[in-house]
Design a binder for this molecule. Structure first.
Ligand SMILES: Nc1nc2c(ncn2[C@@H]2O[C@@H]3COP(=O)(O)O[C@H]4[C@@H](O)[C@H](n5cnc6c(=O)[nH]c(N)nc65)O[C@@H]4COP(=O)(O)O[C@H]3[C@H]2O)c(=O)[nH]1
Length: 789
């Protein structure tokens, strides 16, 4: 810029200088001419008189005076005729290039003007030139100074207004280029440069914002990249590593010096191959294979189980410009969960044995192979006897432990080629393959029975149980798995029905029994709706006086085709099919209603005992049902007694205590039925608000024959009395039994000796007769001693 400006300024100055010089010359020359003309004019007038009189002396002195002017070279005084009469200065020959100015000299006399001569002045411009040069010199100096000043000013101005902002701008640009500067360039001039810098600053600011945004996004991206649970790496179009995250290194245990920008994919594959990451493979083949896949530019997924056991899922996704992004996900837990789920889907959680689904599948396989190789297959259906009681008594935790132990025992005694499965509850099944003859199965069945007869130690409790086994043979007892299992189940029921703790082979006749049970179920539903149920009442007599004091309500089913059916045949069916609550509520209502009628009809006040099944006792509606029944029948407090079995109390004792307490508040007595047959515990007698215990018929039966039974009866009576409970003896059939119980102070008696359960009219008559006419059966009542004796 300066290099252009300076010559221009110099040229301008030169032109100005020339113009100025020329103008000065003109001025000086005009001044000279004017001065010479004035001199000539003045002297022409002054010399008029001397000229008239030819006063040469004056003329010469005047000429001399003129000649003293440095510009005048010579002066001539000429007469009118042109003769020179006076002269000063240079001779004629020296006047070569001098300038000449003449004036006519006039003398006026009497108003007549007389030409008296001529005054000629020769003058030179030398002084003009001298002056001019001097002035030019001065001007040159001045111009030089001016140029210097202008140049300096320009330089300063240039520095201040152009170079400074430009260098700042340049600095800013350089710094910005290297990404180091974010400050604006400080320059506030209002010229174009200022505008440029403002625009630049704005641009830099925008760029800075964009860069900050980009950096923020980059930071976020990096944070995301390094914090996601997946390993990520990116290979460019030449299959060199470009981007990766920490998880990638961790997940694949790659050395850090290998994972760097530019590492070829083949190096990583080779490293992995050499450390056995891909198993026993040819590494060059593997590399070319993987590289070919990577170049194929198609997404693909694979799973890789690493030598450390972790399972990694690898997803390759090609990038638009070539190369690909790979994500590595550790799916070990997912795989384990899937395996667990697959296992759970076909295994029992408690025992880890195959469940019904897997069992049927294995059985299907076994049948296929049995058909093919003509081998025998049997199915053994195993069920613990009275497991429900154990569960009810000791709780589900103990029951579960027992089931687990049972599973382990069964697994231990079968061969590896056989399958033991839990089908549900305490039901297990076994597939016995390669059965040569029936003896093989009998041996196994007996082994199962023996093994399960061994005591179970669950949480320090020693439990005894037995098992019943039902057996089906293939193909005799069923062509398909479902049929074989169903029939084995049926055979197991038959084993239970025939005394438990044994095994039974399936017989087609067993179908009939099951069918019968089904029929009972259907008919029972019908019976409840069509008033086919009836209550019989068995009297309860005072042991000493043998007077009727109460009755036990016992349900009967007047079946339209089969006649009277006893509860032993249908109560368990009602319990199994969920009809027991409905049935029980009806019994309770009917017994209370009848008792109240008797009371109102003048019969002696009787206590009424009603049986409660375990399912009824668990029913949350029980207390409400009893309350409502007592309210609607208006039966007074202390009249109703509910008979429950011991096992009821053992299942959830806390709940049992609270239910019993609520019942007690209603004035309802609680009798423990079949006492002595279960887990007779002194503890619960103390803990539960029980009012009486009933000695089971089995002990009363042999009371006079079996000393053990006698001892038990004695103990129960003693125990009951010491706890202030009434003791009732059931199943008294013989006078001897009655007498024994009377002697032992038993409180109440029930049994065929007095009466079987009777329908209402018969019972009414019986009570009337008994209390009025019947003789005593037991010990004679001791007469009060005669005062005279
Ligand atoms: N051999 C013999 N047996 C005698 C003698 N004295 C009474 N029995 C029978 O013994 C059973 C006594 O009832 P349980 O022990 O409560 O046993 C009852 C009871 O557990 C249940 N049961 C009866 N009615 C109902 C009811 O309404 N609800 C519920 N949940 N169970 C009932 O059915 C069981 C059987 O009832 P039943 O067949 O009526 O049989 C009655 C009765 O007929 C005797 O001297 N010798």
């Amino acid at each position: 810029m300066l290099f252009i400006a300076l010559p221009l300024v110099a040229l301008c100055c030169l032109i100005l200088f020339v113009i100025f010089g020329y103008a000065s010359y003109i001025v000086l020359r005009d001044d000279l001419n004017e001065k010479i003309e004035q001199t000539a004019d003045i002297n022409a007038r002054v010399l008029a008189t001397p000229f008239w009189y030819l006063d040469v002396d004056n003329i010469e002195s005047a000429l001399n005076a003129m000649s003293r002017d440095r510009d005048i070279v010579a002066v001539r005084a000429l007469g009118a005729d042109g003769t020179e009469f006076a002269r000063t200065g240079a001779s004629q020959g020296d006047l070569g290039d001098t300038l000449r100015l003449s004036r006519r000299v006039y003398f006026e006399r009497n108003n007549v003007r007389h030409d008296v001569g001529e005054l000629v002045i020769y003058f030179t411009e030398e002084r003009v030139r001298e002056l001019l040069w001097r002035r030019i010199l001065i001007d040159l100096i001045l111009f030089g100074l001016l140029i210097a000043v202008v140049t300096a000013s320009l330089l300063i101005a240039n520095r201040r207004s152009i170079k400074e902002p430009l260098s700042r701008l340049l600095h800013s640009i350089r710094m910005t280029k290297h990404g180091r500067l974010r400050r604006p360039v400080e320059w506030n001039s209002v010229d174009e440069l200022g505008l440029l810098i403002r625009e630049y600053n704005e641009m830099v600011a925008l760029q800075g914002q964009a860069q900050e945004e980009a950096q923020r996004k980059q930071a976020l991206l990096e944070a995301t990249l390094h914090n996601i649970g997946q390993g990520i790496c990116l290979f460019d179009q030449d299959l060199n590593l470009m981007v990766w995250n920490e998880r990638y290194i961790e997940l694949l245990n790659l050395p850090r010096d290998l994972v760097k920008e530019g590492t070829p994919l083949s190096d990583i594959l080779r490293f992995n191959g050499e450390r056995g990451e891909y198993g026993e493979v040819s590494i060059p083949a593997l590399i070319s294979d993987r590289v070919a896949i990577a170049r194929r530019r198609e997404p693909y997924r694979m799973e890789r189980t690493r030598p450390n056991g972790r399972v990694v899922q690898v997803d390759h996704n090609p990038m638009p410009g070539g190369g690909y992004v790979a994500t590595y996900t550790d799916i070990t837990e997912r795989k384990q969960t899937e395996a667990r789920m697959r296992h759970l889907a076909v295994h029992d959680v408690l025992t880890s044995l195959p469940n019904r689904t897997l069992f049927l599948d294995r059985l299907r396989q076994a049948l296929l192979s049995a058909r093919r190789f003509q081998r025998g297959v049997t199915v053994l259906f195993v069920d613990l006897d009275r497991f429900k009681d154990i569960n009810d008594h000791f709780g589900h935790d103990v029951g579960d432990l027992m089931i687990q132990e049972m599973g382990q025992r069964l697994s231990r005694i079968i061969r590896d080629s056989d399958t033991a499965a839990r089908l549900g509850g305490d039901e297990f099944a076994i597939i016995q393959t390669d059965v040569q003859n029936i003896e093989d199965t009998i041996v196994l069945a007996q082994r199962i029975i023996d093994e399960l007869a061994q005591p179970f130690d669950c949480r320090g409790i020693r439990l005894h149980s037995t098992a019943s086994v039902g057996i089906t043979l293939f193909p005799e007892d069923g062509e398909n798995p479902e049929q074989l299992v169903k029939n084995a189940d049926m055979a197991m029921y038959a084993a239970k029905a025939e005394g438990r703790n044994n095994y039974r082979f399936f017989l087609p006749s067993m179908h009939e029994r099951v069918k019968e049970r089904k029929t009972i179920e259907e008919d029972l539903r019908n019976a409840l709706e069509h008033d086919q149920l009836e209550l019989f009442y068995q009297p309860k007599v005072d042991c000493l006086t043998e007077q009727v004091v109460g009755a036990e309500a016992l349900v009967r089913w007047k079946h339209p085709e089969r006649g009277m059916i006893l509860p032993g045949e249908f109560i368990s069916v009602a319990e199994e099919c969920g009809l027991i609550n409905k049935l029980g509520a009806w019994v309770l209502r009917e017994a209370c209603r009848q008792t109240q009628i008797w009371r109102e009809n003048g019969m002696p006040d009787l206590r009424m005992a009603v049986n409660l099944s375990p399912a009824q006792f668990q029913d949350v509606e029980l207390v409400r049902t009893v309350t409502q029944t007592l309210e609607t029948t208006k039966l007074p407090e202390g009249t109703l007694e509910l008979e429950i079995t011991e096992s009821i109390l053992m299942n959830n004792p806390e709940k049992a205590v609270s239910t019993l307490k609520e019942l007690k508040k209603l004035g309802v007595g609680i009798a423990i039925d079949d006492f002595g047959t279960g887990y007779s515990s002194l503890n619960y007698l103390k803990r539960f608000p029980v009012t009486s215990i009933k000695i089971d018929r089995s002990f009363v039966n042999d009371i006079n024959v079996d000393p053990d039974d006698k001892a038990i009866v004695d103990a129960v009576i003693g125990l009951g009395h010491s706890l202030h409970l009434d003791v009732v003896a059931e199943g008294v059939e013989e006078v001897e039994q009655l007498q024994y119980l009377q002697n032992k102070g038993c409180d109440f008696i029930q049994g065929f000796l007095f009466s079987k359960p009777l329908p209402v009219p018969v019972f009414e008559k019986w009570v009337k007769d008994r209390n009025e006419n019947q003789p005593r059966l037991g010990n004679p009542v001791a007469e009060p001693a005669d005062s005279n004796d």
